[in-house]
Write a protein that binds this ligand. Structure first.
Ligand code: UT7
Length: 338
C-alpha cells in the first residue's frame, strides 16, 4: 500500500494584532540611586535606561501575560475561546509547573486552546513566534497567541548594581493567523544557540543541578548572574552576523528594511549592532529608556511602541533580532500586514 502524498502546504502565517501590558509601578534611576552605588548619569549613558516597570508583590508572569493577551485579542476582535494554541516565552514562569501557558489559558478563558512555555531567555519571543507560525503553516491551526512575558524583578538581586539597573517587568502578545491571498507575513528566520555561553548569563539555583536549599538562597543563587562585558560583545557580533545572513539569503540589504526591531538589552548594544549591519538609526525601534530589559517581552513591547508611533505600516518589511542567555540568538524577517 503506497502513501498518498498531499501537495506541499502553502499556508503562510502573519501577525494580525499586537497587545502589551506593563505594571503601573515605576522604578526610576533616582530610586536606584537610593538602593545601590549608582547614578542616573552612569545608567543613562551606559544603557539608555531611565526607568523600568515593576510588579507589586503577588503579581506574577501569568498576570502580565493575561493582560497583554486580552489587549491583543481585543484589538484583533477575536474571542479567547477561538484560540487554538497559546505559547508563552518566559524565564520567570509563575512556577516550574504547571506551564504559565496553562495559567494564561484559564485566566483569559481560552477554552479551546492547548499550549506550552518556551524557555530561550531574551530570544524567547522570536523563537515562540516561529513555533506559532509553524502551527499555522502546517494547516493545523488558525489562531495562535504568542506571548513574551517576564517578571524579571522576581530574580534580580537589588543589591547588585551591575544587574539591578538593567531589568524590568512586562508582557507583549501577538496573534498569528493565516495570510489572506496576496499577503506575505512571516518570511524567514535564522536562529542559533551556543551553550558555551551558558555560564555568562544564568540563574544557577533552583533547578535540578542546584535544588533550592537554605544554602542556595544564602549564596544568592536564585538571582541573575551576568558577565556584562562578555555578553555585550557576543550580542553585538552575533545579532549583526545572523541578521546579515538572513538578509543576504533573501536577496536583501538593510536599505530594503523599513523597520529594525531589536531586543532591548542596552541602547549601546542596539546602536553598535545597527552600525555593524549598516542599518540607519531612523529605522531602529528603541524603547529601552521607558521599560529597561524585559527579557522575552522586549520585542512585542517594541512592536507596540512602533505601532503607537505610526512606524509599523502595512507592507513594511521588518527585521527582528534578539540575543539572550544560553546563548540564544534569533532573527526573523516579516512583512507587516495591517
Ligand atoms: O538581555 C540579555 C543580554 N544581556 C545584555 O545584553 C547585557 C550586556 N551587557 C551590558 O549591557 C553592559 O555590559 C552593562 C550595562 C551590564 C555594563 O556596562 P559596561 O559598560 O560593560 O560596564 P562594566 O561592567 O565594564 O563596568 C564599568 C565600570 C566598573 O567600574 P570600574 O571597575 O571601571 O571602576 C563597574 O564597577 O562601571 C562600574 N559599574 C557601575 N557604576 C555605576 C557597573 N555597574 C554600575 C552601575 N552604576 N550600575
Amino acid at each position: 500500500m503506497s502513501l498518498e502524498l498531499k501537495p506541499r502546504n502553502t499556508v503562510r502565517a502573519k501577525i494580525s494584532a499586537v497587545g502589551a501590558y506593563v505594571p503601573p509601578r515605576l522604578l526610576t534611576n533616582a530610586d536606584l540611586e537610593k538602593m545601590v552605588a549608582t547614578n542616573d548619569q552612569w545608567i543613562t549613558e551606559r544603557t539608555g535606561i531611565r526607568q523600568r516597570h515593576i510588579v507589586d508583590k503577588g503579581v506574577a508572569t501569568s498576570d502580565l501575560a493575561a493582560e497583554a493577551a486580552r489587549d491583543c485579542l481585543k484589538k484583533a476582535g477575536v474571542a479567547a475561546s477561538d484560540l487554538d494554541a497559546i505559547i508563552v516565552a518566559t524565564v520567570t514562569p509563575d512556577m516550574f509547573f504547571p506551564a504559565t501557558a496553562c495559567l494564561v489559558q484559564e485566566k483569559i478563558g481560552a477554552t479551546g486552546a492547548w499550549g506550552f512555555d518556551l524557555s530561550a531567555a531574551c530570544s524567547g519571543f522570536i523563537y515562540a513566534l516561529q513555533m506559532g507560525a509553524k502551527l499555522i503553516e502546517s494547516g493545523a491551526h488558525k489562531k495562535v497567541l504568542v506571548i513574551g512575558a517576564d517578571v524579571m524583578s522576581s530574580i534580580i538581586d537589588y543589591t547588585d548594581r551591575a544587574t539591578c539597573i538593567l531589568f524590568g517587568d512586562g508582557a507583549g502578545a501577538v496573534l498569528l493567523e493565516p495570510c489572506a491571498e496576496g499577503e506575505v507575513g512571516l518570511v524567514d528566520f535564522v536562529h542559533e544557540i551556543d551553550g558555551s555561553g551558558a555560564s555568562s548569563l544564568y540563574m544557577p539555583g533552583g533547578g535540578s543541578l542546584h535544588p533550592s536549599t537554605a544554602e542556595t538562597v544564602a549564596n544568592k543563587e536564585h538571582y541573575v548572574h551576568q558577565e556584562g562585558g562578555a555578553v555585550f560583545k557576543v550580542a553585538v557580533r552575533k545579532m549583526s552576523e545572523l541578521s546579515e545572513t538572513l538578509l543576504t539569503r533573501n536577496g536583501l540589504t538593510p536599505a530594503d528594511i523599513d523597520l529594525f526591531i531589536p531586543h532591548q538589552a542596552n541602547q549601546r548594544i542596539i546602536l553598535s549592532t545597527a552600525e555593524k549591519l549598516g542599518m540607519p538609526e531612523e529605522k531602529i525601534v528603541i524603547n529601552i529608556g521607558e521599560y529597561g530589559n524585559t527579557t522575552a517581552a522586549t520585542i512585542p513591547l517594541a512592536m507596540h511602541t512602533a505601532l503607537e508611533q505610526g512606524r509599523l505600516k502595512k507592507d513594511g518589511l521588518i527585521l527582528l533580532a534578539s540575543f539572550g542567555g544560553g546563548y540564544t540568538i534569533g532573527t526573523t524577517l516579516l512583512r507587516w500586514e495591517f
